[in-house]
Write a protein that binds this ligand. Structure first.
Ligand code: SF4
Ligand code: SF4
Length: 184
């Protein structure tokens, strides 16, 4: 009898909580769903949105051929490369992020098309990312975006004037600019 009473005191009663998943009556032990949001559905929608954006953050770099970029802390320790970079690139982390998010103009503007993939910046990366490989993917993506007309001609011409295209790319970009000379 005493044991029964003890059990009933310690038994958790979840019956009044809303069903969050089949067979599960609450979302987290430490919270009361009734106090959390205006409606239960709003709460679920918010969780779904957070989950989807996290999944997209991971899926996009994997699909884009640069999975290592996910691990970049964006700590900027690689900026210490300074004069060890033969191409004079000052913002290696920026190149990493631009490759991760698939932003060709951001990559070009940060000097990514001048990178000769020498690996001089790798020893400055706190997690030893394979930066030349990542930047190579960024360069391929940027060239593909230029050729497909996804970067405005005005921006490409500006980058060209500013010397942001290295020897490897300059001929192709010059030809593209010539061929697309009349476009805005
Ligand atoms: S890999 Fe590219 S960014 Fe890194 S030091 Fe060499 S040229 Fe500079
Ligand atoms: S040092 Fe490495 S982890 Fe930090 S920002 Fe640069 S690339 Fe990313």
């Amino acid at each position: 009898m005493a044991d029964e009473k003890k059990d009933s005191i310690h038994k958790r009663d979840d019956g009044w909580q809303p069903v969050t998943l089949p067979g599960i009556r609450r979302l987290q032990f430490f919270s009361d769903l009734r106090d959390r949001a205006l409606t239960k559905n709003f709460n679920r929608l918010a969780m779904l949105g957070i989950g989807a954006s996290l999944a997209l953050d991971v899926a996009k770099p994997i699909a884009g051929g640069a999975p290592q970029t996910i691990y970049c802390y964006e700590c900027r320790a690689c900026y210490a490369t300074q004069d060890k970079c033969p191409a004079g690139i000052a913002y290696q982390a920026e190149l990493n992020v631009a490759t991760r998010v698939g932003d060709p103009w951001r990559f070009i503007r940060a000097g990514g098309m001048k990178c000769v993939r020498c690996g001089g910046c790798v020893s400055f990366c706190v997690i030893n990312l394979d930066l030349p490989r990542i930047f190579s993917v960024g360069q391929e993506k940027a060239m593909a975006a230029i050729m497909a007309g996804r970067v405005p001609r005005r921006q490409i011409a500006e980058a060209f004037r500013d010397g942001l295209f290295g020897r490897e790319f300059i001929d192709r970009v010059a030809a593209w600019l010539k061929q697309n000379g009349r476009q805005a």
